[in-house]
Design a protein around this ligand. Structure first.
Ligand code: PMT
Length: 220
């Protein structure tokens, strides 16, 4: 994207994992490092947008000129996104690996080991943040990611429709050297009547190409 492709646009990007507490000392999470979402934030900023990152816990520095709201859980991420939508948002990009489930009840105290060889945790569904954005009365141009280990195209296109998105970036996370925690990535981006593949490159280059695609489609 050139330096003004997203001039004057407010962009909100979720990045990183969420952490779902089990008890005061344990949590459920995933291997997202935040690198992809942070690269997308830097690319959107370079394209002239006003960018806010809603970030799960990651070990990354905030890209210069980007605002950042830190959250832990999916419920906190939804709260932050809701507030930012109310404040006005033109483009939403959901790069976070949000936990689909959380504990039905977080234990008040550290759970003790017992004599039993098995432990069963009861989980309940988390809110789907990007599906909420896709139904919002002030719905922005909405872009999702889909991390898949099989049937990439079919699952991604299903999420595009079901979550009411404008675009979805399908990420094959079964291949070594791309996806979770890698410095490189490869995506296939789908929209209603088309698709484009962004072959293996640094997350920074992939992010720049993705932002150029988003700028083209958003401005149509
Ligand atoms: O962070 P990195 O280490 O750089 O890795 C990047 C990545 C692999 C995490 C990233 O490229 C990626 O694919 N992110 C999406 C991961 C994911 O959780 O995909 P999903 O198929 O489960 O979710 C589909 C879409 O719905 C995503 O836009 C996700 O942000 C969103 N979602 C999912 C569940 C939920 N409760 N709320 C959501 O908003």
């Amino acid at each position: 994207a050139n330096g003004s492709a997203l001039a004057g646009k407010k962009v909100v990007i979720t990045a990183g994992p969420t952490r779902e507490a089990i008890d005061p000392v344990r949590y459920l999470s995933n291997f997202s490092s935040g690198k992809m979402g942070y690269a997308v934030a830097a690319a959107a900023q370079a394209a002239g947008a006003t960018v806010t990152l809603v970030s799960g816990p990651v070990q990354l520095t905030t890209p210069p000129g980007v605002a950042r709201v830190d959250v832990d859980s999916a419920e906190q991420m939804l709260q932050a996104v809701t507030r930012l939508l109310d404040e006005g948002c033109d483009i939403f990009i959901g790069c976070a690996a949000v936990a689909d489930y959380r504990m039905a009840q977080i234990a008040d105290n550290k759970m003790k080991k017992t004599d039993a060889d098995e432990l069963t945790l009861t989980l309940v569904k988390n809110p789907d943040i990007i599906a909420y954005v896709g139904q919002h009365p002030k719905r922005p141009f909405t872009v999702g990611f889909a991390a898949e280990t099989q049937d990439l195209a079919a699952y991604a296109q299903d999420k595009l429709t079901r979550k009411n998105l404008n675009m979805i970036a399908a990420n094959d996370v079964s291949i070594d050297g791309q996806g979770f925690n890698s410095d490189n990535n490869a995506l296939t981006v789908y929209w209603q009547n088309g698709q484009q593949s962004l072959p293996l490159a640094t997350k920074s280059d992939i992010a720049t190409a993705l932002i150029a695609l988003i700028a083209d489609h958003h401005n149509q």
